[in-house]
Every structure is written in C-alpha cells, then in structure tokens.
Design a protein around this ligand. Structure first.
Ligand SMILES: [Zn+2]
Length: 419
C-alpha cells in the first residue's frame, strides 16, 4: 500500500519541491500583460471612487443583497461565463482559459460585521480612507473585480480557468465559501482568499470553534425573583468561568496576534427590567493554531457552560455555530511549499511598498481559505490593500496601496494559471 501511494505521488513531486514559485518578473513584460497593468495605473482614481461607493453599500452578514446585486451587474460586463448568484448570495463567474492549465479561484467576501444602520460614510484624510468595512473585505473585493477587468482590458489569455467568487456570510463562519465549495460543482485546483492586508500571506487555517449557549427558566416578576432560577445569573457565571480557563502562552511570530484565544462576542436575553428573563444567551469564539489545544479548550468551554446551568438549575442548550473538520487538510510542509503559497509570497513581495519589511508566510488563517484547506485544496489567504483595525469602527486603509495590490493579483493569476 505504501509503495502504491508513493508511486501515485511521484509525478507530483517536482512541482511540490520546497519553495516552488511560478512567478517570474519577465511575465509582466508581455505586451498584453503590460496593457493590463497600465490600465490599472490610468484608472487609479476611478478605482478608489468605486471602492468608496461599494463600502457605503450596507452588507451585514446574511443581508448582502445590495452588494451582491452590484457585483453581479459588474461581472456581467466581463468576459465571464457561467455567471451565477446562488441560494446564499455567493456571486461567481468563470473566465475561461485556453486549456490545459489549473483552475484557480480568487475569492473576496461581500459581507461585513457591521449591523444595518451603522454609518458607513467614508472619510478621506490624505491617503487614508476611514470607514467600517473599508478594508475587510471591500478593498479586496474591488481589487479582485478590477483584476478581472484589467485582464479583459489587456486581452490577457491564461491557460487555466480563473473563477471570480464573491462570497456571502463569511463573517458568520465562512458559510458562503463552505456552501460554494461543497455544492457549486466546481473542483478548483487552487483557492485564493483575498481577505487580508497586503502585508500578510497566510497558508494555514486556525482551528475555530464557535458556540451559542442558551439558558432558560420559567421566569418570575422581580418581586418574586429571590431564589428563582435565573438564566441571567447562569450566563454571568458561565462567562466568568469561561474567561478563567487557563490559556497556554501565546505562540510567537504571529503578526502580533496572541493565540490561542477565547472571546465572548455577543450576549443577550430578557425583555423587561422587572422580570427574571425566560432566556439568556452568549456566544464563544475560540481560536487556536493546533487541533489538540483547540479541542482541549473547546471541552473546557462546554464544561463551564453546562456547569453554570446545573448550578443555577436552569435549562441549557448549546448550538454549534462553526466547526470545521481538518482531517483532510494537507500537512504543514506540503501547504507551505505548494506553488500557490510560494507564488503568492513572491508576487506579494514583488509589489510590496518600498522600504517595508519582507512579507513572511504564516501558518494561520481565518478566511474562506480555511474551507479549502480543510478539503485538501491548495489554498492561501492574501490581501491587495494595506489596511488595519478590521471589525472595528476605526477601520482604515491606504488608498494608494490598491494599485500595486491589483497588479500583484494580476501577476499571481497569470503565474498560477500558466502552469
Ligand atoms: Zn474578512
């Protein structure tokens, strides 16, 4: 058995050598490619204006209709076939290659974490654009769209197919990408999630567990509430116990992120001041770099949540919001050395801002690429724009960084599909 497996793998080995990068700067010298790149330069201000317009179209997770419609209309003007909007509002289209090359997906997500009613007006201060969602992931969505447009404008032909994918419900647990990869019928050879700052290249997948815990009781008027079972008290107890779970020391070299981490992101319950709530709830988002730690912490969280219900004599229900099975994921070394990662690293570094530190790959990820990683599809998460403070009202991005970012995507698309 072992020998058979080895023989099957042999033809793949040359292309999986450590550090296999398919990008060569000379690829950018071809006339059609030069035309595509120049067209991005000449459209710089138009691109930023559209980026601002798109940011101001609300797209809370699960309510992406307006943005999905905008993107659909935009890609209908491109040389794409099989344009689709699916049940969950993922929008996709295929840019057919000349044949014989790999199929590569470029995905950016439509949704933002900001609820409807959040003021989205973009403020411009010099080169800095400020607005909720300006970076995550509107900047990358525009960049991917503009990459496809530029390929059309240059009349660039690739060997492999390129798939444009705008995903929905990413912030709800990568639900759109999961739906698309499992049920669209496409079997891409490589998957690029464009969902980071352009200073990042991530080739892994964080282990993520998300839960919502519900506590229930018959309720009672405040006047009768002494000693009555209280879902509110159970939530308070459970949250404080969850935050007392000891966490291992943070892994070093992870772009400033302290992992593993457990966060309570939402809590709620009750309807009036003067009664014990009949129901109260909270959510947990747990992230770790490795499966054993993630599983151990998940068990500790479940135990703390359940114990609070028992102590308080209230009903209890746990809903799992997200949990991905990584048993089919390729090994760390294979993921890191795969051309999709090495080529993304090369193009991101080639187009990075002058005099900034070299971009190093990280074995992490909490983007649509996680789903691809879990299915064993070679994948990487990158970014096209320098940006910071995602998921916060203070979110901002560098307007001028989008032009080199789009060029970097063009270079990546050409390098990956020409093999
Ligand atoms: Zn995102």
């Amino acid at each position: 058995m072992r020998l058979c497996a080895l023989l099957v793998l042999l033809p793949l080995l040359p292309s999986l050598r450590a550090g296999t990068n398919w990008f060569l700067p000379s690829m950018l010298e071809k006339r059609e490619v030069r035309r595509a790149l120049q067209s991005v330069d000449s459209r710089a201000s138009t691109i930023v204006e559209e980026w601002i317009r798109l940011t101001e179209i609300p797209a809370p997770s699960g309510s992406e209709q307006a943005r999905a419609a905008y993107i659909r209309a935009a890609i209908e003007k491109l040389h794409l076939s099989e344009i689709r909007t699916d049940e969950v509002l993922n929008v996709s289209g295929v840019r057919k290659g000349t044949g014989g090359g790999p199929t590569v997906v470029f995905a950016a997500h439509l949704d933002t974490v900001f609820p409807s009613g959040t003021p989205l007006r973009v403020k411009r201060e010099g080169d800095v654009l400020r607005a909720p969602g300006i970076g995550d992931d509107t900047s990358n969505l525009i960049a991917v769209l503009e990459m496809f447009r530029a390929l059309d404008r240059g009349d660039v032909r690739t060997r492999g197919d390129l798939i444009f994918l705008a995903t929905a419900r990413e912030e709800l647990g990568l639900l759109g990408a999961k739906h698309w990869l499992e049920s669209s019928g496409y079997k891409p050879d490589m998957f690029i999630a464009v969902d980071l700052s352009s200073t990042q290249v991530w080739y892994g997948a964080l282990r993520i567990h998300q839960f919502r815990f519900f506590y229930t009781a018959p309720g009672a008027h405040t006047m009768e509430s002494r000693g009555a079972p209280s879902p509110a008290r159970a939530v308070a107890q459970a949250i404080s116990d969850v935050y007392r779970i000891p966490l291992p020391s943070p892994a070093a070299g992870l772009d400033g992120f302290q992992l593993p981490v457990i966060n309570v992101g939402m809590l709620g319950g009750g309807t009036v001041f003067n009664a014990v709530p009949r129901e109260a709830w909270f959510t947990v988002d747990l992230r770790s770099l490795d499966t054993p730690t993630a599983d151990r912490l998940r068990n500790a969280v479940l135990l703390a949540a359940r114990r609070a219900a028992e102590q308080e004599h209230v009903g209890f229900r746990a809903e799992r919001a997200l949990s991905i099975d990584y048993s089919k994921a390729l090994s760390r070394a294979v993921r890191l050395n795969h051309p999709v990662v090495q080529t993304a690293l090369a193009t991101s570094n080639y187009f990075r801002k002058p005099d900034t530190p070299r971009i190093e790959p990280m074995d992490a990820g909490s983007t649509d690429a996680n789903i691809a990683v879990s299915m064993g599809i070679p994948a990487v998460a990158i970014g096209a724009v320098r940006q910071s403070m995602p998921h916060r009202l203070e979110e901002h991005a560098e307007a001028g960084s989008i032009v080199p970012g789009i060029k970097s995507l063009i270079a990546l698309a050409i390098a990956l599909t020409s093999h």
